[in-house]
Write a protein of this length. Structure first.
Lengths: 317, 375
């Protein structure tokens, strides 16, 4: 049973950042803007917020500092994504190109600033955020060890974001408008919706979430930030497509990938996997192969937003 | 006919002008970053970037060409796929697979005669890259899976597979890298090393330029190239016109993969002391290829010059460490250039607006009268 708990706790570390970032991608893509810059925004969010932790960790610690850092990461991500929004909405540029530019810029910026300021590119931080057991909740049998032991507050933030996203996109006026802009912007415009504003909102929300996702990825898995989020932004894109741009399916997809990733990263701690005569590299490959296979069978009826990637031009017919 | 020609010329010059503007803005952005971080050293450092490899005479130019070879190849790969409407973000995995195949043949097939060995190894690199590119192509054509995602997955699968196979077959455990290849597998230098006074340079640069020409001819002078481009422009219309769009997509990804794979072979068989290491890191050359393709506007000749330009400022980036700057400033400049390149449409429209103003007015007037009649 301990093994099951171990796998569940580890899965959270991998699945939650993917979930948050993929949901971010959903807001952008369902408003009609492809956001391939998620990776870069994650790096930027993680960089600024980890630097924030690094600077303030002497005067603050624990959950208070982490929550402030999450806010900083979200703010950074939102501001950085404005660059993408400006290029792809206002200037009607190719959305892949400006996204690629952001992806290229973020790690270079992080390395440059870190090395100019402190000499080395790794930014260290003390992990004072780990929760070994949540009071009361951690004692519940079964659910306690899975959800409320060995966790980080970011896990609950992530699940909160998922629930909020589901409500916003499916059950609010804003969500309906956002979806309309991604499916048929001309129709949305004809009933008085400002397509540009909605798309800006979509991209900014995706930036905020991707920024938070960057921090959430780094905190549980490391004690320093090395200008990289290990391709998680791209994986989040895969999760988004795997999840067919729908909140619930993204949730399932993120946890599917998270579990696969856990097997890859922690198989030596799982007795029955450790005994199998399989090379370490095979485990690392499994998440990607599994995603490929699942995508192959689920993509025939793609539910991608209709107007995704097409700049909206008010004058065109 | 003549009129059409002049129109095309106009389009060519405006694209060139737009790229040029983007480069200028990107470089100015770089200067700004240098000024912010260290005002006194900024201008000498900026000059160093501009001068690039030219600072070291022929040796520096040789070094630039050596850097340019792999990124021209991955740039061609990405640019070629762009032409067919596909975003090959998987050049990195194809590059690594190609590099591995080349090294494997270079070590294991030492029985081949000296003049042929390196050629076989390069062909092997191309084939391995093509196979790696074929996967996303087939999935895109037959199962409608987004090629961006599959390419990303293939990047990771490729790097882990290559690492696993290296460890099992051609591993040097002391250095955590591959064993050295047989000397007959090293690409011949043909006097280029003496000409440029650089040991790293070989006829790889000639092969790269040849591939640029081949791809140019393929895209612009053959029926197949026309089919590729038309699939990129409008898949449904191409299908209607009788083009087998599934075959076209698969072939396009295979060619793109082959180009990236060849790039890997060219780099790791250059005899410059570079070995394929067993690290879980995606090859950066694949991602530089995206920058090169975007800067070169996906045109083969444009990609050649874009690759040379990026290699040029990359060498400059190494040199600015003399002024205690970090070479990553180059990546920021390239990012800024690409970001500005995204505005190419805006630049072009501005230019065209001035030129076409008279014509447009006439068209608009005509349309207005039409509308009135309809009403």
């Amino acid at each position: 049973m301990d093994t099951v708990y171990f796998i569940a706790q580890q899965t959270m570390y991998f699945a939650i950042p993917l979930l948050i970032v993929a949901l971010g991608g959903m807001f952008s893509e369902r408003s009609g803007i492809i956001n391939i810059a998620l990776e870069g925004i994650m790096v930027m969010g993680a960089f600024i917020s980890i630097s924030f932790i690094n600077i303030f960790q002497d005067s603050m610690s624990g959950q208070q500092l982490l929550i402030l850092a999450v806010l900083v990461a979200g703010l950074t991500g939102g501001l950085f994504s404005l660059l993408h929004a400006f290029a792809s909405i206002k200037l009607k540029a190719d959305q892949t190109i400006s996204g690629t530019a952001l992806n290229l810029f973020a790690p270079a910026f992080a390395i440059f600033v870190a090395r100019m300021v402190q000499g080395v590119q790794q930014i260290q931080f003390k992990d004072t955020f780990h929760i070994s057991k949540v009071p009361f909740l951690g004692d519940i049998p079964l659910i306690g060890p899975i959800l409320f032991q060995n966790s980080y507050i970011t896990t609950y933030i992530g699940i909160g974001i998922a629930i909020m996203s589901w409500v916003i996109i499916n059950h609010t006026r804003f969500g309906l408008r956002l979806r309309a802009c991604g499916e048929h912007p001309q129709a949305a415009d004809s009933v008085g919706i400002n397509v540009y504003k909605i798309r800006y909102a979509g991209v900014i929300i995706s930036g905020v979430l991707a920024g938070i996702g960057g921090l959430v990825f780094v905190v549980p898995t490391s004690t320093n930030f090395n200008a990289s989020v290990a391709g998680y932004g791209f994986l989040a894109l895969a999760v988004l497509i795997f999840g067919q741009w729908r909140t619930k399916r993204i949730f399932i997809a993120a946890f599917f990938f998270g579990i696969m990733k856990t097997f890859a990263a922690a198989y030596s701690g799982i007795p029955f996997l450790k005994d199998l005569p399989i090379s370490n590299e095979v485990y690392k490959m499994i998440p990607y192969i599994a995603t490929l296979v699942v995508l192959t069978f689920s993509s025939k009826n793609s539910q991608a937003p209709r107007a995704e990637g097409i700049p909206y031009d008010k004058g065109s017919r | 006919m003549k009129k059409r020609h002049s129109l095309q010329d106009l389009r060519g010059t405006t694209s060139f002008f737009a790229s040029f503007m983007a480069i200028v803005v990107g470089l100015l952005f770089g200067l700004l970053i240098l000024l912010v971080s260290n005002r006194e050293q900024a201008f000498p450092a900026f000059l160093t970037i501009l001068v690039g490899g030219f600072a070291d005479g022929t040796k520096g130019i040789g070094q630039e060409l050596y850097y340019a070879i792999p990124i021209i190849m991955t740039g061609l790969s990405v640019g070629f796929a762009f032409k067919t409407g596909l975003f090959n973000i998987g050049a990195s995995g194809q590059f690594t697979c190609g590099a591995f195949a080349a090294i494997y043949i270079g070590i294991k097939c030492a029985f081949l005669p000296a003049g042929i060995h390196w050629l076989v190894a390069l062909l092997g690199a191309m084939a391995a890259g093509a196979i790696w590119g074929m996967g996303p192509g087939i999935l895109k054509a037959f199962a409608n899976v987004n090629e961006v995602i599959t390419s990303i997955m293939m990047n990771y699968i490729g790097i882990y597979l290559v690492n696993m196979t290296i460890v099992k077959t051609i591993y040097d455990p002391l250095k955590n890298q591959t064993k050295p290849v047989a000397s007959s597998a090293i690409i011949p230098k043909a006097g280029l090393d003496k000409l440029f006074n650089s040991n790293n340079l070989n006829i790889g640069i000639i092969i790269a330029v040849l591939m640029v020409i081949v791809i140019y001819i393929l895209l612009h002078k053959t029926t197949f190239g026309y089919e590729l481009k038309s699939c990129g422009q409008n898949k449904a219309a191409s299908k209607y016109a009788g083009i087998n769009e599934k075959k076209t997509i698969v072939l396009s990804m295979m060619i793109a993969g082959g180009l990236a794979g060849l790039g890997g072979g060219l780099l790791y068989l250059s005899g410059s002391g570079k070995y394929l290491q067993v690290l879980d890191v995606l090859a950066p050359e694949g991602f530089s290829g995206i920058s090169v393709a975007l800067l070169g506007m996906s045109h083969p000749i444009g990609i050649l010059f874009a690759g040379l330009f990026i290699a040029h400022i990359t060498v400059g980036g190494f040199n600015i460490q003399l002024y205690s700057f970090v070479p990553e400033v180059i990546d920021m400049i390239i990012a800024a250039i690409i970001y500005c390149g995204a505005f190419a449409l805006l630049f072009k429209n501005l230019i065209n607006k001035n030129k076409k103003h008279v014509v447009d007015d006439k068209v608009v007037n005509k349309e207005e009268t039409n509308v009135k009649e309809e009403v």
